[in-house]
Design a protein around this ligand. Sequence first.
Ligand code: ADP
Ligand code: MG
Length: 395
Amino acid sequence: MRTIDDLDVAGKRVLVRADLNVPIEDGRITDDGRIRAGLPTISTLRERGAKVIVCAHLGRPKGEPKPEFSLAPVAARLGELLGAEVAFASDVVGESARATAGGLADGAVALLENLRFEPGETSKDDAERGAFADRLAALAELYVGDGFGAVHRRHASVFDVPKRLPHAAGGLIATEVAVLKRLTEDVARPYAVVLGGSKVSDKLGVIDNLLGKADRILVGGGMVFTFLKAQGHEVGGSLLEEDQLDTVREYLSRAREAGVEFVLPVDIVAATAFAADAPHDVVPADAIPADRLGLDIGPESGKLFAARLADAATVFWNGPMGVFEMEPYSHGTRAVAQGLVDSGAFTVVGGGDSAAAVRRLGFAEDGFSHISTGGGASLEYLEGRALPGLQALED
Ligand code: ADP
Ligand code: MG
């Protein structure tokens, strides 16, 4: 894969596909980790005299402009972090974008409005996506792919634009790929993988592939309840993927045959409602009351998980152990984060919410070997799938 060192960018308009998909609450950015992760590439390009045109998406506005998904607050934060003005285009490929991109001086930076305001960005129709990619590519002379969190998407800005412009991978993508290689080739063992979070159906797929690679798989978060149910236990109103029960049973039996250790929680924090102030108790994992829902792994499980990480040499963690945004259900996630830090292993945290969780819970970033900006992208890489955005950069 070519890197930006292989591009002659001085005086050129360079379109950078970044991942600036940060959590925003009431117009305020609650975690700017992804913006900071994108800074080195943008700064390097500026220092080399490029006119930097950044494009990115935010949330899922579904192909039309919606003010709550505007990248305007991100432009402001990006400017603060760069210590430079960031010209903000109020559209993606329209008049404002053309004027903003065309008016940049060498070393200056612009940000285009949310790519997903345009239906062509995510379209499944090659012609519609291609037509949008043409307009985006027309804004620049070179392309740098650096939005690692989006490389698993066959989207115009990720997949089609690099086919239209000389291109290279940015520093963030280069770093992320180097880390993922350490998790797939010559992995230091024992290799433990911790999975949690709420996108259960997305994440069950990765287990299929991990059964041949990991030595231990620890399961927490919303995923747990499909496992507990598959073992015949009551899960009350907890998150459940009914149609995945057979898949999960198959995973459990394949793991037994392959000698992969599955570590499931032994206790659960079960609440009467999805709310921080709802009455809640720690119950055995096999005795969740039918009128409760599980919102965190319990304290014994936290200890168990940390113990199963203590002697690991490599740990990959994706997905919070509970609803960490609410203090009463944050302890399992804290215990696992501490377990990673104390393990001394090569530790990788992947996933937007997982990365936000460790920062929100007050962990120093350097306590982990790498905090990845990509959740879905990391998982698909670990699943062994070809990622469209990486493929496009390699061509
Ligand atoms: P990531 O972004 O790290 O890949 P996900 O997006 O899959 O992780 O999941 C993060 C979300 O999972 C968090 O918002 C958290 O509140 C939620 N979550 C964790 N455990 C549970 C649970 N038991 N029930 C419901 N939601 C949960
Ligand atoms: Mg998430």
